[in-house]
Design a protein around this ligand. Structure first.
Ligand SMILES: C[S@@+](CC[C@H](N)C(=O)[O-])C[C@H]1O[C@@H](n2cnc3c(N)ncnc32)[C@H](O)[C@@H]1O
Length: 275
């Protein structure tokens, strides 16, 4: 059975940033839409995967391309702190987060994230003690947006830079163990050829262990998954947005064991979503 990418009961709020950028002819160039713990990802399942895949690695380089306002990178950073503990989580930090849109990177660098009550609920669902990581004014009305401030102690867990993934991939040091998030932007690349080229660049970005994570939008609205498979990546059988370069992990087999029935249980009724 495939573990749904979608978290039960929640849908993307797109509260933190909901912005459309058009080119000179008025065509949509990209959208910056994002939010904390965007629900096309099962964040607990991703964490379980990271724990297994990188259990022996003293340093894991995490890149978050097309990071928008930083909500995604902070979702992962906070989740890693929560699950691994601050000391062990250090081997994943700083997460290097990049987007080619300067407007979003300026927002990300501020460490401020706009949220509504639904996002706060999501933080509470994902983290043991979200108040430790992010200061949020009291939200009484669910439709009112407030500004959350990432606690300075955790702000430096993520470093932001402006970069186009198509050029920047080749700058990744070849000798590192890498986890690369590049989610919900593949449809904005100009053509299938660009997506194929990017998949190959990602594959060749390191000579060591590598896992790539894409988003739901990438699979529904582009050929990102085919491009990654064609480049040599193997798609996880149970975690539908994770792609591995050899040496492959045997996490799919682990997920078939009764010990992880709890994760399956969490997502079982989501078969109806088609995952
Ligand atoms: C819909 S947002 C996705 C944000 C986040 N990854 C998520 O899943 O919530 C798409 C982002 O991709 C960025 N983007 C599009 N093409 C890019 C490229 N070639 N290099 C880097 N960023 C890119 C846009 O600026 C935008 O912020």
């Amino acid at each position: 059975m495939m573990i749904s990418a979608i978290n039960k009961y929640y849908y993307p709020s797109f509260t933190s940033l909901n912005r459309e950028v058009k080119d000179a002819d008025g065509n949509i160039k990209h959208r910056n839409n994002t939010c904390l713990f965007r629900s096309d990802m099962n964040w607990s399942a991703l964490n379980g995967y990271i724990k297994y895949r990188f259990s022996q690695d003293k340093k894991v380089n995490i890149y978050d391309y097309a990071c928008s306002d930083g909500s995604e990178a902070y979702s992962l950073a906070l989740k890693l702190n929560d699950e691994f503990g601050e000391k062990d989580a250090k081997r994943f930090f700083p997460i290097i987060a990049k987007d080619y849109d300067e407007f979003t990177i300026d927002k990300a660098k501020s460490g401020k994230i706009a949220l509504n009550a639904e996002d706060v609920q999501m933080l509470d669902f994902e983290l043991n003690d979200y108040k430790k990581y992010i200061d949020i004014p009291y939200v009484s009305n669910p439709i009112i947006m407030v500004m959350g401030h990432v606690n300075p102690k955790f702000k430096d867990n993520v470093q932001f830079e402006t970069a186009d993934i198509m050029q920047d991939c080749s700058n990744i040091p070849k000798n590192g163990t890498n986890l690369i998030l590049c989610r919900n932007f593949w449809p904005y690349l100009p053509s299938d050829e660009d997506r194929i080229k990017l998949a190959e660049q990602l594959y060749n970005s390191t000579d060591c262990k590598l896992s790539v994570v894409i988003g739901g939008f990438d699979k529904t609205d582009s050929n990102a998954d085919n491009a990654l498979r064609r480049a040599g990546f193997r798609e996880s059988k149970h975690l539908p947005c994770i792609y591995e370069k050899a040496p492959f992990s045997d996490y799919d087999k682990v997920l078939e064991t009764p010990q992880l029935a709890a994760i399956r249980y969490m997502t079982e009724d989501l078969k109806s979503y088609g995952y």
